[in-house]
Design a protein around this ligand. Sequence first.
Ligand SMILES: NC(=O)c1ccc[n+]([C@@H]2O[C@H](COP(=O)([O-])OP(=O)(O)OC[C@H]3O[C@@H](n4cnc5c(N)ncnc54)[C@H](OP(=O)(O)O)[C@@H]3O)[C@@H](O)[C@H]2O)c1
Length: 405
Amino acid sequence: MASIASRSAQALRAVSRSAASKVATKPVQAASYSLLARSAVANSSRQPAFQTVRGIKTLDFAGTKEVVYERSDWPLAKLQDYFKNDTLALIGYGSQGHGQGLNARDNGVNVIVGVRKDGESWRQAIEDGWVPGETLFPIEEAINRGTIIMNLLSDAAQSQTWPTIAPLITKGKTLYFSHGFSVVYKEDTHVIPPTDVDVILVAPKGSGRTVRTLFKEGRGINSSVAVFQDVTGKAKEKAIAIGVAVGSGYMYETTFEKEVYSDLFGERGVLMGAIQGLFLAQYKVLRANGHTPSEAFNETVEEATQSLYPLIGQKGMDYMYNACSTTARRGALDWAPIFEKANAPVFEQLYQSVRNGTETRKSLEFNGRSTYRVDLAKELKEIDDQEIWRAGKVVRSLRPDYKAD
Ligand SMILES: NC(=O)c1ccc[n+]([C@@H]2O[C@H](COP(=O)([O-])OP(=O)(O)OC[C@H]3O[C@@H](n4cnc5c(N)ncnc54)[C@H](OP(=O)(O)O)[C@@H]3O)[C@@H](O)[C@H]2O)c1
């Protein structure tokens, strides 16, 4: 999912960064891959050959067999040995740069960061312990020093900076992305990788903040993994190894095209766009029929996020249904197909808009403006000002564990 530039995201970023800077100076408490990394670094001189701990898993996903790659196949000593002659040059230090970079560094892999000198990311990278002239460089210098170039600039910036970056991606280097966006929509982005380098993708299925927090908890995020161009014959193996280095637990194989289509579709759909639209429509109907803001909010958002949706996450939809009254179950079973039928054409329209590049062009145009941060913040402020979300603030303030924003 793409990043959400909101005040709450900035707050989260601040919290996460302060936690991250503590990690840089202080060992993490919970058992985690990062603790393992430290002991593996200490023991690495005594590690001779490496063996796969477990085989790759082929799993049956509801009748379709898919291959899943897992972190357990890459013990830390093997990971460090694999990258012993590499420098991962992480270009861009936004949400993903922060999460992936710190995880790879904690895993004992050689990582440097490349960002605009003295920009916001430069400042934040220093805060996270990257050292100018040692592990932090201007973009071009980092690319020259790196062997694996991880392009984690914003998608619009990847397109804008490509004419400067492209000539630096020389033979022998590897080009890495966390989204198929730039390469797949090349007519619009003009990002056409050189033909003599491996081009790979690891796309974590979550925000960069989650990439970091799951890693620190000793868990790993699910990621998609794909190869666009395999010059060395090792591109897939390298992609999986980098996936592990940056904090993935399980990796699902896909293509650049499928990754970008599903990602743009999902975030515009149920993950973000559709959920706001659905919440708002239900809330407005309740209000128009005389229900109070608190009642409309509780029946629309609070019960969903605090009670029912976590149950779907834990054990599936039928589990959530079974946890509710028989009255609720009967009604939901009757109305679910009606909502499906009403929404399917909208989702189909959305998918076509993603596939034909309309969504990409809109995104490039908007996010390429010099005013994009301010413009986005203005629209998000409009959401924040909607009655539903103002009512939500009061409802949340009554929670026992409430902490002011
Ligand atoms: N965030 C997510 O949830 C997520 C999840 C999976 C995959 N991805 C993918 O991961 C990649 C990175 O995403 P992100 O969300 O981490 O990025 P982001 O926060 O949108 O990227 C910001 C970075 O881009 C730099 N930047 C912006 N405009 C620039 C320009 N004109 N020249 C040079 N640098 C510029 C910023 O540097 P300054 O501070 O100097 O402006 C900053 O380092 C994208 O391909 C995205 O689709 C993101």
